[in-house]
Design a protein around this ligand. Structure first.
Ligand code: NAP
Ligand code: GLV
Ligand code: GLV
Length: 323
């Protein structure tokens, strides 16, 4: 049955999401280039759409919303929604939705991949071998730092932060966390201790960031806090780049105040501070936290369900706003 709803998807997503929207009878427009939708095109076309499925790299601000005369729902293909001006959307009675839970395990696994890669110099060692430098086992070849038994500090103990904590139990780690609210169930399940941020930073051997990017968390790890971290600690960021002052991080790494960093996100994506790329104690990934076949399909299903529910029932499945 053909309905009059029109949906814009700003970049190709797994087919299941597109199929569900088409099966609901909507007219679906997908940016067929596997590139971000140019902002001018978004601004020119948004007027006719009832629903928008957008990527975390699309900035959905007042300028876009001013032109979005028919828009009823913005379904972000991500759990983080700092790319959307939620306040402006709410003012216009436009729902904003995200994709929680389905990407928690994948993202927590990737934080752990970074933690292990940095501490055991996995990427550096791989390059060493490929460059033909492996001349046989040696007692002091590529020594890293022990992970098991150390202290992990989690900043932002939400879904992903807690999943990272649960994984730390398998490494016999002591778990510290900082969040806006204490999490008694998490403490009970993992033995984690709630600490003030500055205490956590001064104590933890590994600090992993899992808070959203908000006005409060922008540069939460500024120069002062980075240098107040335990000397020789390792920082893992799979949250959002601007939570860390990237310039200050480079400084701390160069001075060897920090032993290393594992980064999936950057302050000005897709740009990366050039000095990070020249440091061999840093592992850099192109924002692939949720990038598994299984998770990305679930996310596609979820954005479609949110659009359908918002348009048909007047309330989506995973709203981040209400009015
Ligand atoms: P979540 O369940 O909402 O968890 C976020 C936690 O951060 C909440 O528990 C919240 O604390 C805490 N928080 C909020 N403001 C804080 C502050 N000012 N200081 C300290 N903690 C604060 O979200 P999630 O599903 O775990 O996702 C977390 C973030 O990960 C997303 O927002 C996104 O930016 C990022 N992410 C990245 C990737 C990737 O590809 N790298 C993938 C998925 C998600 P309280 O509960 O104490 O209020
Ligand atoms: C990815 O970064 C997400 O927020 O889902
Ligand atoms: C290393 O391979 C060992 O057997 O200790």
């Amino acid at each position: 049955m053909e309905k009059n709803f029109e949906v814009l998807i700003t970049r190709k997503i797994p087919e299941i999401g597109i199929d569900l929207l088409k099966a609901a009878g909507y007219k679906v427009t997908v940016n067929e280039n596997d590139q971000p939708l140019p902002r001018v095109e978004l601004l020119e076309s948004i007027e006719k759409f009832d629903a928008l499925v957008c990527m975390l790299s699309d900035k959905i601000d007042k300028e876009v919303l001013d032109r979005a005369k028919r828009l009823k729902v913005i379904a972000n293909y991500a759990v983080g929604y700092n790319n959307i001006d939620v306040e402006e959307a709410t003012r216009r009675k436009i729902f904003v939705t995200n994709t929680p839970d389905v990407l928690t395990a994948a993202t927590a696994d990737l934080a752990w991949a970074l933690l292990l890669a940095v501490s055991r110099r996995v990427v550096e060692a791989d390059h060493f071998l490929r460059q033909g430098k492996f001349k046989g086992w040696a007692p002091e070849l590529l020594l890293g730092t022990e992970v098991s038994g150390k202290t992990l500090g989690i900043v932002g103990a939400g879904r992903i932060g807690q999943a990272v904590g649960h994984r730390a139990l398998g490494f016999d780690m002591k778990i510290l966390y900082y969040s806006r609210q204490p999490k008694p169930e998490f403490e009970q399940a993992t033995g984690a201790h709630f600490l003030a941020l500055d205490e956590l930073l001064a104590t933890a051997d590994f600090v992993s960031l899992h808070c959203p990017l908000t006005l409060e968390t922008h540069h939460l790890l500024n120069e002062e806090r980075i240098f107040a971290m335990k000397k020789g600690a390792i920082l893992i960021n799979t949250a959002r780049g601007p939570v860390v002052d990237e310039k200050a991080l480079v400084k701390a790494l160069k001075k060897r105040h920090l032993a290393g960093a594992g980064l999936d996100v950057f302050e000005n994506e897709p740009e990366v501070h050039p000095e990070l790329l020249s440091l061999n104690n840093v592992v850099v990934l192109p924002h692939i936290g949720s990038a598994t076949v299984e998770t990305r399909s679930e996310m596609a299903r979820m954005v479609a369900k949110n659009v359908i529910s918002a348009l048909e029932k007047g309330v989506p499945v995973n709203p981040v706003n209400s009015f």
